[in-house]
Design a protein around this ligand. Structure first.
Ligand code: ADP
Ligand code: MG
Length: 240
């Protein structure tokens, strides 16, 4: 589903990604961990075309995206992304937030998109919130709407960039639960998170990134209980 080869990304003189290569299978759930500034967000942003790689090769959901910007909107519809800050449209209702993509981009009818949105709201446990505005919802609810909005584009891959980091602790669980359900349904997912419980329970593979490189990867068991690299061990010692 995702194939990355020798991915480099610089911002001016700052080299942020220094040769990332990885292969992610359909239905795989990959958890990316690593210190702040190690390039995790930049990596995800390259995967959905929000950043253009300096060099290297990315293939995702059957599309090549090296250097070309032409298919960007097609890519962003196949690759959903959820951010730390939920980024909902404040002046639109919850229903409108979810239907705007399907209507404008996928050219679905109002009836079709509304029906899909209601189904997705049910899935994330928010039936009845259709006519609310984002500000009327808690952080956890807003993040679940953000997930529903991404799913409304019927993506083949979902990328999550620290989806629970901005939430009050009591709301983390409800968002992780939606992500777990999604994983069980077979969604291909790449998740940057510090939630090690989630990584252990749901992750098929854990990637540890540091300084723009993949230092080590393996099953959650391999990484959390039997890390080989000093950098991995010292990072885990700080967060576990
Ligand atoms: P992480 O998500 O692991 O914390 P990021 O990918 O956000 O790391 O950032 C990696 C490095 O790239 C940091 O030093 C950050 O300051 C830098 N960086 C990220 N985005 C930009 C940008 N748009 N312009 C300049 N520097 C950036
Ligand atoms: Mg980040």
């Amino acid at each position: 589903m995702i194939n990355v080869k020798d991915l480099y990304k610089s911002f001016g003189k700052l080299e942020v990604l220094k040769g990332i290569s990885n292969h992610i299978d359909e239905k795989e759930v990959v958890v990316v961990i690593g210190p702040s500034g190690s390039g995790k967000s930049t990596f995800l942003r390259c995967l959905n075309g929000l950043e253009t790689a300096t060099s290297g090769h990315i293939e995702i959901a059957g599309m090549e995206l090296t250097h070309s910007k032409t298919k960007l909107h097609m890519l962003q519809q196949k690759v959903g992304m959820v951010f730390q800050q939920f980024n909902l449209f404040k002046h639109l209702t919850i229903l409108e937030n979810i239907t705007i993509g399907p209507r404008k981009v996928l050219k679905r009818t109002k009836e079709e998109s509304n029906a899909l949105a209601r189904e997705l709201l049910k899935k994330v446990g928010l039936s009845g919130k259709e006519d609310s505005y984002p500000d009327e919802l808690s952080g956890g609810q807003q993040q679940r709407v953000a997930i529903a909005r991404a799913l409304a584009m019927q993506p083949e891959v979902m990328l999550f960039d620290e989806p629970t980091s901005a939430l009050d602790p009591e709301m983390v669980g409800e968002v992780l639960q939606v992500m777990k359900d999604l994983a069980r349904e077979g969604m291909t997912m790449v998740v940057v998170t510090h939630e090690m419980g989630f990584a252990r329970e749901v992750g098929d593979r854990v990637i540890f990134m540091d300084d723009g490189m993949i230092v080590e990867e393996g099953s959650p068991q391999d990484i959390f209980s039997n890390a080989q690299e000093e950098r991995t061990k010292s990072f885990l010692a700080k967060i576990l």
